[in-house]
Design a protein around this ligand. Structure first.
Ligand code: NAG
Ligand code: NAG
Ligand code: NAG
Ligand code: NAG
Ligand code: NAG
Ligand code: NAG
Length: 355
């Protein structure tokens, strides 16, 4: 049944679809309404068919909504990267949060706290690079659903394992370089680390912090090679007694130019099993990158200390919540102080009325 106001109602229908569901599905190819019926002013969509090629899933639920998953044919990847999710907007800081498939609760608290920039004009964005849960199809299905829900999982085809962390680093960096072109810095952080993005971004923005050729964190120089334990390597794997300078794994920052150069080096230097050392090795090969230690990348107890960019470890959900509350109230104080001083400055700055 056609009515004269058919078109505007079609628009209404779209609006209802967009607002009414948690997951907004935006179809980039085409939607065809086979037919729809009208009953007392309500429309029911009885059939929607969509193009097979490029369907985007759009998550309206949180700030991650600006990530769009697009399924389409594109050039090959040089790492285990599968996702072709794109970053839509410019950010100062792109955060890769390393997490394991089973750590859903950690990802949830991180999404609710520091991973998400609550401001209108966002400065940071966080994603979770993840491989496959080997042999666990239930978990893999859950991950697929989680990825659709939040749009912030970056998937790789390798099997998730501690010894495969370097694959995660490689695919995370490739993704950043290929699909998220507009970022100034990249932070790699583990999911048991607390991050204060406000403090870190302030530090990255000061004139004293290099904007290019930067590799910073809790960096180690002349670190001895451990031959035993979880991080131990054999002589076959590494035949020198000391590692090149590297910034330790829980949290380190790279300027975007370094990220691009690192990706270019993947074919030159084969993966080394300690992902943080691997970055150090590549950085050494690239040359000219400044390796800068900063005390803001902290190790220690779960305790708020002003000026902390990252704390290793934040072992519990309570710890993350507590540190986040403290960081937020510190931030509020800081912003109020900024406002006050801005007001005083502009007041004194007017030469006309008061001298
Ligand atoms: C969708 O895919 C088709 C063909 O694969 C392409 O021509 C079109 O530009 C794509 N649309 C978008 C929005 O990417
Ligand atoms: C690392 O990933 C590769 C590729 O998926 C897989 O063959 C291998 O078993 C994984 N390593 C471990 C220790 O799980
Ligand atoms: C160490 O290994 C490299 C290649 O990985 C090789 O070129 C070099 O000769 C080795 N050095 C020693 C002392 O064995
Ligand atoms: C502005 O003036 C106020 C009061 O006269 C004074 O306390 C303050 O220090 C001045 N600020 C600056 C930046 O000059
Ligand atoms: C305000 O006045 C001071 C000295 O009285 C002068 O140095 C300054 O340039 C003036 N600023 C502006 C914006 O006119
Ligand atoms: C309910 C809701 O948040 N809707 C928003 C979904 O996303 C689009 C585009 O990002 C917004 O325009 C809607 O307001």
């Amino acid at each position: 049944m056609r009515s004269p106001n058919c078109l505007p109602r079609k628009a209404n229908l779209l609006l209802v679809l967009r607002i009414g569901s948690i997951l907004t599905v935006s179809i980039t190819a085409f939607i065809s309404y086979e037919f729809f019926t009208q009953t007392k002013g309500l429309f029911y969509v009885t059939h929607i068919s969509m193009g097979q090629s490029n369907v985007s899933l759009h998550n309206n639920y949180s700030k991650t909504s600006t990530l769009i998953t697009t399924i389409q044919e594109e050039p090959n990847h040089r790492t285990y990267l599968i996702s072709r999710t794109r970053c839509k907007e410019k950010v100062v800081l792109l955060i890769l949060v390393f997490t394991a498939p089973a750590n859903f609760n950690r990802r949830t608290i991180i999404r609710k706290t520091w991973a998400t920039d609550p401001s209108l004009k966002i400065r940071w964005r966080s994603v979770f690079p993840l491989g496959q849960a080997a042999g666990d199809n239930v978990l893999n299905k859950k991950l697929e659903a989680e990825g659709m829900m939040y749009g912030d999982l970056i998937r790789g085809s390798y099997n998730e394992h501690y010894q495969n962390l370097t694959f995660k680093t490689q695919m995370g960096l490739e993704w950043a370089a290929k699909y998220c072109a507009d970022f100034q810095f990249l932070l790699k952080a583990d999911d048991d680390v607390f991050i204060n993005p406000y403090a870190l971004i302030d530090h990255l923005r000061i004139p004293d912090t290099p904007k290019t050729n930067l590799y910073t964190g809790r960096c180690r120089f002349g670190s001895g090679v451990s031959r035993r334990g979880k991080n131990g390597v054999t002589w076959e794997e590494y035949n020198k007694t000391r590692y090149p300078p590297f910034c330790s794994g829980p949290a380190y920052v790279l300027s975007s130019d370094v990220v691009y150069k690192l990706v270019e080096m993947f074919d030159v230097k084969k993966p080394f099993k300690n992902e943080d050392v691997y970055i150090g090795m590549l950085v050494e090969k690239i040359g000219g990158v400044r390796v800068m230690v900063h005390r803001g990348f902290r190790y220690g107890q779960c305790k708020h200390i002003p000026g902390t960019f990252s704390l290793h470890r934040a072992p519990t959900i309570e710890c993350v919540e507590e540190l986040f509350q403290e960081a937020m109230s510190e931030r509020k104080e800081y912003e109020l102080a900024q406002l006050r001083s801005a007001r005083i400055l502009s007041y004194n700055g007017t030469n006309t009325s008061r001298v």
